[in-house]
Design a protein around this ligand. Structure first.
Ligand SMILES: NC(=O)c1ccc[n+]([C@@H]2O[C@H](COP(=O)([O-])OP(=O)(O)OC[C@H]3O[C@@H](n4cnc5c(N)ncnc54)[C@H](O)[C@@H]3O)[C@@H](O)[C@H]2O)c1
Length: 403
């Protein structure tokens, strides 16, 4: 993009959404233009994403923002010359950044999502798209009213297994599907809790922009354990549904083209990791869908024998999906002859898909609309658990989110 088009675009962005919608063509990058990227929240996952984006052709990571000085120092050592900030707005002020990758904790996703789009940048936002249903509504509507490319970090939307599953379902190999079963299990050595991270000695009030981390949550003195282990607490996180179910539900929704769930029920509790965490370690979720399909997902943190997978159970065939493995198909001998088939499509590169779409302005593999559908499923399940009852979509929408 030339300085002129950048400036023109930013002027439009400053005028607001309507102006951006009226002049969408001004931001198109040529196939050979460099894509300049900024990052917000470069902790564990942010560092993975940095490793994914850095090798891509024609991409430059020019700036990052993180509230914790250790993360900024790490980024400087990985990317010489990178600009670093403790406030994400400094990244969004930079006129020559095209796209922003967000890998902040869940309770800040919405703020980073909305601010990035209103600054006129393309966005890669980690899953789950939002912390609550009202936030999901806001983000979806912002994405719809923007011409920016939005990719949610649901990387299995770029998987070969999803392409194969859609094709086999479309070609009638699976028949009528009324049930999908999915699960994930993890385990840790006795005495070590799943997800618990040690607090580094330099994690002090001086080295952290604590109020930016709190992001409007009730003020309190600096708490390094919560900064590092935000995943364990409802006010910042969405438990294992937001961390892992979301990937599997999005894959299932994509394969079967499912709408929002009509009802959700979730049971379980903190049964194995009794370390003060709030989010459950043992979970059984039932999601009912309007198309006469029930999806179940169960997870535990005290056994990983079956690791994780999805079974799409059809009248004419079964699809078995284990992440990072080719899809497996078995005909149901009751209704169909033939042999088992292994999916052939190679894994796609989710980050490369986002960068390609920044150049082409095409819709990426996991747009906000998929982020939305999968986030709503997560929020319905969590609300059912917290309220200890089965909830319809309408009932879940009527509940005011609480920490
Ligand atoms: N797609 C995947 O497979 C995958 C895998 C792991 C994590 N994730 C997601 O990535 C996100 C981050 O997870 P993580 O494990 O990297 O957490 P993390 O705590 O390691 O990293 C979060 C980073 O954000 C920084 N941060 C906090 N508040 C900030 C703010 N207001 N502005 C800027 N930076 C801020 C923290 O200092 C930290 O460095 C989560 O949403 C998580 O669900 C996705």
């Amino acid at each position: 993009m030339t300085d002129h088009t950048r400036r023109t675009f930013l002027k439009q962005a400053a005028l607001g959404t309507a102006a951006v919608l009226a002049y969408p063509a001004s931001t198109v990058l040529g196939a050979n233009d460099r894509v300049r990227v900024g990052m917000i929240g470069v902790g564990d996952r942010g560092n993975d994403l940095l490793g994914q984006v850095l090798p891509l052709h024609g991409v430059e990571v020019v700036a990052m923002a993180d509230v914790y000085s250790r993360r900024r120092d790490q980024a400087k050592s990985r990317v010489p010359g990178i600009q670093t900030f403790d406030d994400h707005r400094r990244i969004l002020d930079m006129k020559d950044i095209d796209g922003v990758i967000v890998a902040s904790p869940l309770h800040i996703h919405t703020r980073h999502f909305l601010d990035t789009l209103s600054a006129g940048k393309d966005l890669y936002s980690e899953k789950t798209m939002t912390w609550s249903i009202p936030e999901a509504d806001k983000c979806l509507s912002a994405a719809k009213n923007s011409d920016r490319v939005v990719q949610i970090g649901l990387q299995y939307q770029s998987s070969g297994s999803l392409i194969d599953a859609k094709q086999m379902i479309r070609d009638g190999w699976v028949g009528k599907v009324t049930q999908v079963e999915s699960w994930m299990g993890r385990n840790t050595p006795h005495g070590k809790g799943q997800w618990v991270r040690p607090v580094p000695p330099d994690c002090t009030a001086q080295n952290v922009n604590w109020s930016a981390f709190l992001n409007g949550r009730p003020d309190r003195p600096f708490d390094p354990f919560k900064l590092i282990n935000w995943r364990l607490f409802w006010e910042f996180a969405g438990g294992n549904c937001a961390e892992n179910m979301v990937h599997q539900v999005a894959w299932i929704m994509g394969a079967l083209d499912l709408p929002l769930p009509s009802e959700a029920y979730m049971s379980g509790g903190v049964f194995s990791e009794k370390d003060g965490r709030e989010v459950p370690d043992t979970i059984a979720v039932t999601l009912d869908f309007p198309k006469d399909i029930v999806v179940t997902w169960q997870s535990t943190f005290s056994n990983k024998h079956y690791e994780l997978g999805d079974h799409i159970l059809g009248s004419d065939g079964t699809l078995e999906h284990h992440f990072d493995e080719p899809l497996q198909y078995w005909p149901e001998k009751t209704n169909r002859s033939g042999d088992a088939v292994r999916g052939q499509t190679n894994e796609g590169d989710h980050m490369a898909n986002w960068i390609d779409c920044i150049r082409s302005r095409a819709v990426p593999n996991a747009p906000a609309e998929m982020g939305y559908r999968s986030a709503i499923a997560v929020h319905m399940a969590n609300l059912s658990y917290k309220n200890k009852k089965r909830l319809t979509l309408e009932e879940a929408r009527a509940i005011t989110p609480e920490f």
